[in-house]
Ligand binder design. Structure first.
Ligand SMILES: Nc1ncnc2c1ncn2[C@@H]1O[C@H](COP(=O)(O)OP(=O)(O)OP(=O)(O)O)[C@@H](O)[C@H]1O
Ligand SMILES: N[C@@H](CCO)C(=O)O
Length: 319
């Protein structure tokens, strides 16, 4: 279980009084996350999720929780943060920033079919449009600057040929990000981590998405590339599955049509999205943190995905 900070019902008995939720009745650590300490929390008012943020500061958090509130108010199915009596969405618990959000119905679809991918594509496009009038700005903290800063920390651990791939891809991405095509891409607040395990379904209907704690200002296309690189691939080989790619991208396009620059940038951004998670997984793998139980994600998966995106042409965005 990835619970980095232990919390008991006793710890909550006074703390919960600042929220309009009644008494805390049950608390259960959630095993699946790797970034934060998450708990299912039952109170007299219903079921919620309590998150203690292990890496994010009080200064960084308003962006994420306000974005969730903004999207929830515009009908995007995301967890709504619960304000305390002072109107605050983030409050200290055991010295760490913490938030309570509504619990979504449904369960993850870990074997997605085109029908699920279409739901995800349409929701992502609606989310991008709904974020257009969000007033706060925060960069994607796992964007290019972070890649440049992090690569030297993991390179010494890699075999020479793997290190060459990382260096070459980073150089390619720096070059691409400096070009006219990249600068023409539409930007806004993006989720940036919309993997299968961050979306809920009830049957074939998407019931919500969560885990906004890697959200930030970035290109909409990067968000789409992150999503496609998880939802539309064969997990063993990293290969794209054309039927799922088309279902997801067409559903997105139907809500928010792609621009010419986006079509030109598609393959480079699929590579960028693979690099981003390869790097973060390498970083987590070689610099593990203490947790009660933690299984780090496999970095070689995204190395395979990156090699695939370099070698194999992806289906065109509006084919
Ligand atoms: N609002 C919610 N409603 C229902 N379940 C939730 C909600 N938020 C989190 N969960 C559950 O908690 C689990 C872990 O949450 P989350 O993915 O946010 O953790 P994390 O540590 O930030 O993870 P990650 O490894 O994906 O970055 C999810 O897989 C999901 O089962
Ligand atoms: N989605 C990330 C984990 C952090 O949310 C990964 O698969 O590496």
């Amino acid at each position: 279980m990835a619970v980095f900070t232990s919390v008991t019902l006793d710890d909550l008995s006074q703390w919960i009084k600042q929220f309009p939720l009644g008494n805390a009745l049950a608390l259960q650590g959630i095993s699946s996350g790797i970034e934060n300490s998450n708990f299912f929390l039952t109170t007299q008012r219903g079921e919620f999720v309590l998150t203690l943020f292990e890496n994010l500061s009080f200064a960084q958090l308003p962006f994420y929780v306000q974005l969730m509130r903004h999207l929830a108010e515009r009908g995007i199915p995301v967890p709504a943060p619960v304000p305390n009596d002072a109107g605050e969405l983030v409050v200290a618990l055991h010295g760490k920033p913490a938030a309570i959000v509504s619990k979504l119905d449904g369960s993850s679809q870990m074997d997605p079919q085109p029908v699920h991918c279409a739901e995800v594509g349409a929701m992502l496009a609606r989310m991008h449009l709904a974020g257009q009038d969000f007033a706060m700005r925060q960069p994607n903290l796992r964007g290019l600057d972070w890649w440049v800063e992090t690569a030297p920390k993991v390179l010494p651990h890699l075999a020479p040929e793997t290190a060459d791939l990382l260096r070459a891809e980073l150089a390619f991405q720096q070059d691409f990000a400096g070009g006219v095509v990249y600068r023409a891409l539409q930007t806004g607040p993006v989720h940036a981590d919309l993997f299968r395990n961050n979306v809920m379904f009830v049957g074939a209907r998407l019931s919500g998405c969560f885990d906004f704690y890697f959200a930030g200002w970035d290109t909409w296309l990067f968000d789409l590339a992150v999503t496609v690189n998880d939802w539309c691939i064969d997990l063993d080989s990293g290969r794209l599955d054309a039927a799922r790619v088309l279902a997801l991208t067409r559903a997105y396009h139907a809500v928010r049509p792609f621009t010419e620059a986006e079509q030109a940038a598609w393959q480079p951004l699929l590579r960028a999205a693979a690099l981003r998670f390869w790097l973060s997984r390498l970083y987590d793998f070689y610099r593990p943190r203490a947790a009660e139980m933690l299984t780090p994600h496999d970095p070689t998966h995204f190395e395979r995905v990156l090699r695939q995106r370099i070698q194999v042409q992806a289906p065109a965005l509006t084919a």
